[in-house]
Design a protein around this ligand. Structure first.
Ligand SMILES: NC(=O)c1ccc[n+]([C@@H]2O[C@H](COP(=O)([O-])OP(=O)(O)OC[C@H]3O[C@@H](n4cnc5c(N)ncnc54)[C@H](OP(=O)(O)O)[C@@H]3O)[C@@H](O)[C@H]2O)c1
Length: 327
């Protein structure tokens, strides 16, 4: 069970039409089935045609967004679409602004015009990560990267359009068919003896399937304002990688610790990352919506992923170590 407890004060989503932007993405792939399981009618909005996509729309195009939302007439919009390539945003700030900031404003304006409730998915990268983690919902944001700045501008546009709308921040998402951290770890270890992973970047690894269920629970109660929806707990990248290896039956000593400074000297990246952007869930938890501990989610998901790589998980688990490296 992902959502430890779900408030039912807001009633049912049965037969409620719910538009999902970014339906072809990592989270979108889990939102459709989670909404259908709750009895809702998901309506997929995508950037490109695909199996779950009913409307192909560039969210940067206000008129196209308005037209598609008018036509599909949802009662709720879950806005998961974003330009999520953090380094790509740094290289192309115009696209980051057009999609993450203006695109979110377009979705919010169009949702408000048809009287639909809106939940925008946002990110831990709105925080600087240089003190104060775990960040509560009210903590002052200070993004370090263009991606974080553009998502924060999107949040402001959404809540500025209607304070009854919601922003659900999450972090370090993984799951589904695309690129994500556990798949990268297993892919590298298929080809090489070891992988270096940083011990001094800490956050909230979150399984996209768990997040989808929590977002559906938030939608059911038409919650307003800012929420944090991470899997519970905190992990360094190193501890996360060790947990992935352990759940895939890979010897833990094939994950080699390194520091961000040493890693970036070898593999420079344009976008700065927060050192510790762990999210704390207080507001959703008070409504009975909380995600399971991150290690439980990794242990449940990674064996399925390992099977894709032809690995037979042994059940070996790393020693309990939240992996918060000394700085
Ligand atoms: N991934 C993470 O670690 C993470 C962490 C924290 C928060 N989040 C947030 O969680 C949400 C879901 O993330 P995700 O991992 O599912 O991302 P994802 O897999 O990259 O999916 C995002 C989707 O948005 C679509 N999109 C991009 N630009 C668009 C545009 N101009 N118009 C319409 N659609 C567009 C993408 O389509 P194309 O690929 O075809 O462009 C993609 O299908 C995002 O809001 C993200 O900011 C993600």
């Amino acid at each position: 069970m992902t959502v430890i407890a779900t408030a039912d004060a807001g009633g049912s989503l049965r037969s409620v039409r719910i538009a999902v932007t970014g339906a072809g993405g990592q989270l979108g792939g889990y939102l459709g089935p989670a909404l259908a399981a709750a009895g809702a009618i998901p309506i997929g909005f995508g950037h490109a045609a695909g199996p779950a996509i009913e409307h192909v729309v560039d969210i940067g195009n206000a008129a196209a967004v308005r037209e598609a939302l008018n036509e599909s007439a949802p009662a709720i919009v879950i806005h998961a679409a974003a330009y999520t390539d953090v380094d790509g945003c740094e290289r192309n700030p115009g696209r980051a602004e057009a999609v993450n900031a203006q695109g979110s404003a377009n979705v919010a304006t169009a949702a408000r015009a048809i009287g639909a409730h809106l939940i925008m998915i946002s990110t831990d990268f709105v925080f600087a990560g240089d003190g104060g983690a775990p960040y509560g919902e009210e903590a002052p944001p200070r993004p370090l990267s263009v991606y974080g700045q553009s998502k924060l501008a999107g949040e402001a546009a959404v809540l500025g359009t209607d304070p009854g709308f919601a922003v659900a921040r999450t972090a370090w998402l993984y799951g589904g068919a695309g690129k994500h951290f556990p798949r990268t770890i297993l892919g590298v270890l298929r080809d090489r003896a070891a992988i270096e992973v940083v011990t001094d970047e800490t956050g909230s690894p979150t399984f996209a399937g768990d997040l989808a269920e929590a977002v559906v629970a938030l939608a059911a109660i038409r919650a307003a304002g800012i929420f944090h929806l991470p899997n519970e707990g905190r992990a360094s990248r190193f501890a996360f990688a060790q947990a992935v290896a352990g759940a895939a039956g890979i010897a833990l000593d094939r994950i080699a610790p390194t520091t961000s400074v040493a890693f970036l000297a070898k593999y420079p990246l344009p976008a700065p990352r927060p050192a510790d952007s762990t999210l704390g869930n207080s507001r959703a938890a008070a409504l009975g919506i909380a995600l399971r501990p991150w290690r439980d989610a990794v242990a449940a998901y990674v064996p399925r992923l390992a099977a894709e790589f032809g690995l037979a998980p042994s059940g070996e688990q790393p020693a309990i170590d939240e992996g918060v490296a000394p700085r």
